[in-house]
Design a protein around this ligand. Structure first.
Ligand code: B12
Ligand code: SF4
Length: 451
């Protein structure tokens, strides 16, 4: 392809910093510096302007490659999800004290369902619209679709996308590099709609390792006119990835497959250099976007090194947040976490019943989690902890729910009742997980249920 021009379009979603497209653009710039690139984040655009903004951007930039990044599809948020409060509606529908409450639950649940489908149609519509528009300028243009949602639902999404669209699973750096160099790219974790069916077990193929260096934000700022959106308001947590991969086996999670079980730690100095660039631009809140910030005890030294380097770099007034497996903490690490400004973390213990935690293959020892939380409190942690629970786990029963409540009370005793937020999630069923297999074995679902 001569003079390629890539337009990255992050499809609409809540304004969460679009770190995925930022890293893709950074990688391409480092390896193919002559390629022209631009980022459009529809997460920062009001819904009524999606189409006109997309059209205008395509007409101005005239891309030869459209890269659509789709972040999330499956909203399993407990409350205040994009379509409302699904948990409350479900409880009203199933357990409402009278028919009126049950009817209200049913109607509100139906509205959530419609909102969910509307979002699917809207995003696939935007992809089609973008392709048609870009073809006016360059008939041979190519389209690639990827991102968290596509990685999870790559088989289902194929039917909604135009022929010729390249559907990518997992990290996209090498796929894009090969595509732009005009090399064969089908050996990467992807397939072309209409040309081939996704390979069997495509998702289980190992990601190709790349060496991660600090993102060049001076460049990103040039190709992303709305970057300032995330700098202006001080309450955004800007994403920084410190590692990829997770060695665990939680039965509902497919990310251990998508990112791979082998943990690849980014060099601490590169992470800090990246953070410093953001820091100089006024960013004080960071989200370490790893699947797990401390995936296992053997990564504690890496976490210590990174946090110590943050202190050494003089970034002493920052805050950070992450998903933390609280079974992998030591008193020394707790102290550094507090010292470096961790002011929020999420632990997904799912249940306070050790029996169910084992059944879900989560590999947690709940007692160790409590001990480590005590260490964190003793180290001076006084901020918010969000604890994710799900009450639709395998073999849940009143007794195990009571154990979960007792566990939560213990966490409240440690951190203070106003500091521990119970976040009740649905366990969302995802393809290619042990949970899906379990549902097949138990004949709760039949193959093809999600077509
Ligand atoms: C960190 C995280 C969060 C943080 C984000 C914090 C922040 N400020 O950034 C928080 C806690 C806020 C969050 C919330 C939610 N999240 Co979340 N989150 C993640 C997590 C762990 C990492 C995402 C990330 O930034 N990764 C790092 C970047 C660099 O990777 P990336 O964006 O995926 O991009 C790479 C590839 O995907 C690919 N790529 C991306 N785009 C494209 C495009 C093309 C064309 C190509 C080729 C490649 C490509 O290349 C990129 C670089 O390698 C992922 C799971 C995971 N391990 O990835 C879930 C994940 C993205 N979240 C998910 C969901 C559902 C949510 C929620 C909607 C959950 C809910 N509450 O209901 C909410 C949304 C909240 C909201 N307000 O709308 C799902 C989305 C898929 C789905 N099931 O629909 C994921 C995948 C988890 C899962 N296993 O299901 N999340
Ligand atoms: S620890 Fe988190 S990322 Fe790892 S397998 Fe379990 S749920 Fe998935």
């Amino acid at each position: 392809m001569t003079n390629p021009r890539i337009l990255y379009i992050r499809l609409p979603c809540n304004p969460i910093f679009p770190i995925g497209v930022v890293y893709l653009a950074d990688h391409i710039h480092k390896y193919l510096p002559t390629v022209k690139q631009q980022i459009l984040d529809l997460g920062t655009v009001p819904p009524l302007d999606f189409k006109s903004t997309l059209d205008r951007c395509i007409d101005d930039f005239q891309p030869t490659v459209l890269v659509f990044s789709w972040r999330d599809i499956q909203i399993y948020a407990p409350v205040g999800g994009r379509g409302g409060n699904p948990l409350q509606h479900a409880f009203e529908f199933y357990y409402g004290p009278n028919p009126w409450v049950r009817l209200r639950g049913a109607l509100s649940g139906f509205r959530v369902f419609l909102a969910y489908y509307a979002e699917l149609w809207r995003n696939s519509g935007l992809i089609k619209r973008g392709i048609q528009r870009a073809r006016r300028h360059y008939a041979e243009m190519q389209t690639v679709v990827g991102g968290g949602a596509v990685s999870v639902f790559y088989e289902q999404l194929g039917d909604r996308l135009p022929r010729g669209t390249i559907v990518s699973v997992g990290e996209g750096e090498l796929l894009l590099e090969k595509l732009l160099k005009g090399e064969e790219f089908r050996d990467q974790r992807c397939y072309v709609v209409g040309e081939q069916q996704p390979r069997d077990r495509l998702i289980h193929e190992w990601p190709t390792e790349i060496e991660k260096t600090a993102c060049d934000y001076a460049y990103i700022q040039k190709i992303w006119p709305d970057f300032a959106y995330y700098l202006e308001s001080q309450d955004f947590y800007v994403g920084v990835q410190t590692k990829r991969g997770c060695p665990h086996n939680c039965c509902y999670c497919v990310y251990t497959v998508i990112e791979g079980k082998r943990v690849r730690v980014n060099p601490a100095q590169e992470v800090v250099t990246e953070m410093q660039q953001l820091y100089q631009r006024g960013v004080r809140n960071f989200w370490f976007t790893d699947a797990q910030f401390i995936p296992a005890r053997r990564y504690i030294p890496d976490a210590l090194e990174l946090l110590q380097k943050i202190v050494d770099a003089g970034m002493t007034d920052i805050h950070w947040a992450a998903y933390i497996r609280a079974d992998n903490l030591t008193p020394e690490l707790c102290e550094l976490m507090v010292k470096t400004g961790m002011n929020y973390f999420e632990i997904g213990i799912t249940s306070g019943s050790q029996e169910l935690v084992r059944k879900m293959r989560m590999g947690y020892n709940l007692r160790v989690v409590l001990e480590n939380c005590r260490d964190l409190r003793a180290a001076g942690f006084q901020d918010l902890v969000s604890v994710n629970y799900s009450f639709n786990v395998i073999d849940e029963r009143p007794e195990t729910i009571r154990q979960t409540i007792a566990y939560h009370r213990e966490l409240e005793r440690i951190f203070g009742a106003d500091k521990v937020e119970p976040a009740i999630f649905f366990i969302g069923l995802q393809p290619h997980t042990h949970l899906e297999e379990y549902a097949f074995e138990q004949q709760i679902l039949k193959p093809g249920y999600n077509r």
